[in-house]
Ligand binder design. Structure first.
Ligand code: SF4
Ligand code: SF4
Length: 396
């Protein structure tokens, strides 16, 4: 299926000018804080290294088969390099630049993955996730009946509705992510917000397919979702996952005019209008982990923090790497499905929280929730991990 050029993954040939501008500059500002470089101490996985690899592929000095999985699948799409690259610094590029015009390691990784997919050179775990996305709309292979039953058990309507809570592909197939969504639903019910769900008709937004380099599949999923959303008469979409929020706002041209929010944005409105009222205290020292796709990608830093700060008793402390410089949880790109031995971003992020002596890490993304929970358990730290929805429900 064809995909609009503006939304398709860029080809290596199209991206060549960006590769050359990087190599001519060679400042290396993308390297020092790239989590792939920090974890693996190998510069080739950071943007500048990938730019050199891209040019070597174009000149024929390297062939696709020469690229290791460590190079192709390590980037999580965290956008730190994109944010810090000196070539993207002018304000007009930051505001209006696209994946075609910005210099970005995430774009380069997408290109390599797309080339690998075309050649059928995809690791088994990534291939399985892609097959599941194509067959049942989620990467875990969970059944449609499971989703519809979960929605019905929650007492949520699947009829025509103005506002839907879009839960995305991990829910209800991953226990921790499912509990997060259930807490958000409880808060919306307590605030008397009239919201429905799409149930099993909803496919993943396509964010996973895009990150894995499959823009053909991405196109199919976007077309399917656009039709479902229109048929259901939806005017507002509340997203649980920052990845879906990003996909809907950046890559769904026909949803223009619909109001699309991340649930933390809605929560802050509800706090301000006093439809969310707190009656309990949470006397804990808590840090907030910025999801890359909410923060660096979409500039949403304040709303989640303001919701947390409105909870009585809660002490919010910042990690050293925070807001624009936040460290990735490791779950972007193919990180949730395909673990590379040298990359342990979730454990490194757990260390950042531990250094602040916190009781709990608050998150706003089902992928961060899973990754950081695993990171804390691997480190054996006595730190809770909770989604903002769970913390808000606790304080109602
Ligand atoms: S997007 Fe993040 S992980 Fe990927 S190359 Fe850039 S800084 Fe590194
Ligand atoms: S910061 Fe930008 S220009 Fe500098 S080396 Fe990295 S990608 Fe190239």
């Amino acid at each position: 299926m064809a995909i609009d050029r503006d939304y398709a993954i860029v080809s290596l040939q199209e991206y060549e000018p960006q590769l050359w501008t990087c190599i001519n500059c060679f400042c290396g500002l993308c390297v020092e804080s790239c989590p792939v470089f920090i974890e693996g101490r190998n510069e080739v996985g950071a943007a500048r290294g990938m730019a050199q690899v891209g040019l070597a592929l174009l000149s024929g000095e390297l062939e696709l088969a020469d690229l290791t999985d460590d190079l192709v699948y390590a980037c999580t799409g965290c956008r730190w390099c994109e944010w810090n690259c000196s070539l993207n610094t002018p304000l007009y590029i930051k505001r209006t630049g696209t994946r075609r015009t910005k210099v970005s390691g995430a774009t380069m990784a997408e290109i390599f993955r797309s080339m690998r997919a075309e050649e059928g050179q995809v690791p088994t775990q990534v291939r399985d996730a892609l097959n599941n996305l194509a067959n049942v709309g989620n990467p875990f292979g969970g059944s449609k009946q499971t989703k519809d039953k979960w929605v019905a058990d929650l007492g949520m309507s699947m009829e025509k509705t103005d506002t839907i809570l879009y839960v995305g592909a991990t829910i209800p197939y991953e226990d921790r992510a499912t509990k997060m969504a259930e807490a958000i639903v409880d808060v919306l019910k307590a605030a008397k917000i009239d919201v429905g769900m799409v149930g099993s008709k909803e496919m993943d937004s396509g964010a996973f397919a895009m990150m894995m380099g499959e823009d053909g599949l991405f196109a199919e999923m976007t077309e399917h979702n656009e039709e479902i959303i229109k048929n259901q008469g939806v005017r507002q979409i509340i997203c649980v996952s920052p990845h879906d929020y990003d996909a809907f706002t950046a890559y769904y041209p026909t949803l223009d005019g619909l109001e699309i929010k991340h649930y933390t944005q809605l929560f802050l409105e509800l706090v301000h209008s006093r439809r969310i009222k707190f009656t309990k205290r949470i006397n804990k020292r808590i840090t907030y982990h910025d999801p890359c796709y909410l923060g660096r990608k979409n500039d949403i830093y304040d709303e989640p923090r303001k919701v947390l700060q409105s909870i009585p008793g809660l002490e919010l402390v910042e990690m050293d790497k925070t807001r624009e410089t936040a460290y990735c949880c490791g779950g972007g790109g193919t990180g949730l499905f395909y673990e590379l031995p040298k990359i342990k971003m979730n454990m490194t992020r757990a260390d950042h929280a531990k250094a602040k002596n916190v009781d709990c890490i608050a998150v706003a993304c089902p992928i961060c929730l899973q990754m950081l929970d695993d990171g804390i358990k691997s480190r054996n730290y006595n730190i809770e991990i909770k989604d903002i929805g769970q913390l808000v429900r606790e304080a109602l």
